[in-house]
Design a protein around this ligand. Structure first.
Ligand code: WTA
Length: 653
């Protein structure tokens, strides 16, 4: 990781538009003004432990009450010490004696158009049965179970069944390769894997079971493989190892009490790629995580009892864990789930789903929003989106022009947008507008949630106090949803997150705070571009490019330059058509006008697509190698589409 140079990161983005929360939103909102937000924030600040302890007592079920709120031996935190609870109980059993008993927990649509709805009572039944199936296969508290499935309700059922009996789930996104599955199985020492005969993606069958078979040849710890029948293909089944989900479920009892688990019992491992090769197994535990995702879900999305809430993330990512499964189900919300691609059978699939299921809250990612813009407004115009009340975004910074499009075209100018900043490591949302309180600014994640204490450090590790000066974003105090470590690697945990800014959690992002105390994420620390001693953030150059009428997407990276240190190289995807001889000059002029001559790109490459992680983030580190003409030595196991990389290289030669 590069150290900050003497100069701090220059703020060059000029975004002055402000959108107050709609009056009717504020009127009915539990936190309906900035004063109310500030009061809650101040209460948390005055005594963070008392603040969280009160919520924990009231909002989780305790088999045994906790005796100590926080045991903090930096960087190791234990929350709600001595207590026993269960995340599956909090998501399901808590709803069975009240109005949510027969309410839809999950409304699911498969890519081919098939549909299923599970009420809280039905979901509870399925989870209990599957928990018994796992027990029947010898799974015990503390055992690790890998899950490699398409986005079907059974994926959530499998997660909640593990949680019910204290098994630790490790969900591996259904797009990963056999190699990636085997690495994760081996690192976590998984005992069992749950998969499906296949899944659907853009009308094609994904042979998940075959991929698992290849992985299991290299996963000595995995003894059993349970296969859910999704597509009706007939994959080979290895006798003694492979078992059909439906056959096991036929015989399973629907009685399964949730095991009282220690607050700090591991709930799951989720692997996230580091910048250097080997993925890290981020470890989250039971009570603190469960409380944190429940509270943040309720603060940020303000679900109403009748709402249909749709987070488009796959359960293979942290967003799916926290805001498809544990957060919304803990709070008794109806969750929409969609198995497939946004452009199947056509580019209007998301809007067809919103219209059909009367979705009220939509939470998606900037990469999806930029695709919708590129595909054209006519796909949106075909559908009635009037049910939407609130919009959210996560995963990357959102370019202000994409924000404005989302606001106008999808939100009909009436829906607040919550731009939520957080990480796999943080467990849940750390900074976000509150929809009834916070005036929003396109591109800013606005303010920290109550109980979150961000700080920005300069090159000397001193707090930055000058507005708009960028630096390292750190978090000063522990919070209940924080990661508890990297699976089996305390040294790496300390080194990665706690060594460069002692006593504080280092996020790895740069950020600045504006005159109004609003936070602006400036990109990853490693991605800063240093031009003639001026440190520029990637998002600002990219946002300037995206505000050009022809540009759909852009990535900015630094290329070694003898004179300037680094030169700005950009990769651009156009909305439509081919670049003309004038396009490059027009883009350069545009950046010069928006930011200044300093940031004007030296090299511009046009590409049909940019390399992205499987969760949709632009992989700037690969582009950096391409810009410098280097062979990629980096880990590309998370790259979505290898052909994109090959094409970009071709362009270089
Ligand atoms: C980036 C996803 C700007 C950031 C929940 C962070 C964002 C990393 C935002 C974590 C946002 C996520 N604005 N940047 N609203 N949300 N990021 O672990 O760089 O997949 O550190 O967690 O994504 O990605 P992860």
């Amino acid at each position: 990781m590069s150290e900050p140079a003497g100069a701090s990161i220059a703020n060059v983005m000029q975004e002055t538009r402000v959108f107050p929360p709609p009056a009717e939103f504020s009127a009915s909102s539990p936190i309906g003004s900035m004063e109310a937000y500030q009061a809650l924030y101040d209460r948390a600040k005055a005594d963070p432990e008392a603040f969280w302890a009160e919520y924990a007592r009231n909002e989780l079920h305790w088999f045994t009450p906790f005796t100590q709120t926080l045991d903090w031996k930096p960087p190791f935190a234990k929350w709600f010490v001595g207590g026993k609870t269960n995340a599956s109980y909090n998501c399901l059993d808590r709803h069975l004696n009240g109005p949510n008993r027969h309410k839809a927990a999950i409304i699911w649509e498969g890519e081919p158009g098939d549909e299923r709805t599970l009420t809280y009572l039905q979901l509870h039944r399925e989870v209990c049965k599957f928990a018994n199936v796992l027990k029947g296969q010898g799974i015990k508290e503390g055992d690790v179970v890998s899950i490699y499935m398409p986005l079907v309700p059974e994926l959530a059922i499998a997660m909640l069944a593990c949680a019910r009996i204290g098994a630790v789930h490790s969900v591996i996104f259904g797009g990963f390769s056999a190699e990636a599955i085997a690495d994760r199985n081996n690192d976590a020492k998984s005992k069992l894997i749950i998969t499906a005969d296949g899944g659907w993606r853009r009308g094609k069958l994904l042979p998940l079971k075959e991929t698992v078979d290849t992985a299991l040849a290299k996963s000595p710890t995995v003894e059993k493989c349970i296969v859910f029948q999704r597509v009706g293909s007939k994959p080979p089944m290895t006798p003694g190892r492979d078992l059909w989900w439906h056959e096991l479920m036929e015989q399973a009892s629907a009685e399964c009490e949730a095991t009282p688990l220690d607050s700090e019992a591991p709930l799951f491992i989720l692997y996230t790629s580091g910048s250097t090769g080997k993925p890290k197994g981020i470890r989250h535990t039971t009570a603190g995580y469960n409380l944190y995702v429940k509270k943040t879900f309720e603060w940020v999305f303000e679900p109403r009892p009748e709402d249909v809430y749709w987070c488009t993330a796959d359960c293979g990512w942290i967003t799916g864990h926290s805001y498809v499964v544990y957060g919304p189900l803990s709070s008794g919300t109806t969750v929409m789930m969609y198995e497939g691609a946004p452009n199947w059978p056509a580019e209007d699939r998301f809007w067809a789903i919103v219209e059909k299921h009367r979705v009220n809250i939509l939470y998606t990612a900037p990469t999806a929003i930029r695709s919708f813009i590129k595909w054209g407004d006519h796909h949106v115009d075909k559908h009635d989106l009037s049910s939407l009340r609130l919009l959210g975004t996560v995963g990357e910074g959102i370019n202000p022009e994409a924000w404005i499009w989302y606001h106008r075209k999808i939100g009909g100018e009436r829906c607040p947008i919550v731009d939520t900043w957080w990480q796999t490591e943080t467990g849940g949302i750390m900074m976000s507008p509150l929809p009834g309180a916070t005036p929003t600014k396109p591109g800013s994640c606005t303010k920290p949630l109550p109980g979150v204490f961000p700080i920005i450090l300069d090159a000397q590790r001193n707090p930055v106090t000058t507005p708009n000066q960028g630096g390292w974003l750190c978090i000063e105090k522990p919070w209940p949803g924080m990661l508890r470590g990297i699976w089996g690697d305390d040294d790496r945990y300390i080194e990665q997150y706690w060594s460069r800014a002692p006593g504080m959690y280092l996020t790895g992002d740069n950020a600045r705070v504006d005159d109004d105390g609003y936070y602006w994420i400036m990109g990853r620390i490693d991605d800063v571009i240093n031009v003639a001693g001026h440190r520029l953030s990637t998002i600002e150059i990219e946002s300037a490019l995206v505000s050009h009428p022809q540009v759909a997407e852009a990535a900015a990276v630094g290329k070694p330059d003898e004179v300037k240190g680094q030169a700005v190289t950009v990769f651009v995807t156009l909305k439509e058509g081919e670049p003309t001889p004038d396009t490059k000059e027009s883009l350069k002029q545009h950046v010069r006008k928006e930011i200044g001559a300093l940031a004007a790109p030296d090299d511009i490459h046009f590409a049909a697509a940019l390399p992205k992680t499987r969760s949709g983030k632009i992989m700037r580190r690969l582009l950096r190698d391409i810009a410098a003409g280097k062979e990629t030595v980096q880990d590309t196991s998370t790259l979505e589409d290898y052909s994109v990389l090959a094409k970009l290289r071709g362009d270089e030669e």
